[in-house]
Design a protein around this ligand. Structure first.
Ligand SMILES: [Zn+2]
Length: 96
């Protein structure tokens, strides 16, 4: 199961490293970005979800965008926590 997925992944991406984005008319960055961020009407989102079932390219792009947005949120959270720690740093020693 796992190796099959990995195999499929390499074949498509390796053949067209920079061109995957243009192979599907729906796979425009702004569409993927909006979908992952939760924008769009219910109908739009539903239509795109149905498209994801049949489209490997968009699924891959959504995965990548989700990872990107998750990493971004994490970074923002870390910055916010750093600021908080900086404000009440009195008395608490760094644990690392
Ligand atoms: Zn697609």
């Amino acid at each position: 199961m796992k190796s099959q997925l990995a195999l499929r992944d390499t074949s498509t991406v390796a053949e067209h490293p920079g061109k995957v984005v243009f192979l599907c008319p729906r796979s425009r960055p702004e569409i993927i970005e909006h979908f992952v961020a939760g924008f769009g009407t219910e109908d739009e989102r539903h239509a795109f979800e149905e498209h994801l079932v049949i489209c490997d390219i968009c699924r891959r792009l959504v995965d990548r965008e989700e990872a990107y947005q998750a990493a971004f949120r994490e970074a923002v959270t870390e910055i916010a926590e750093d600021k908080k720690e900086g404000q009440n740093a009195t008395g608490s020693a760094p644990t690392s």
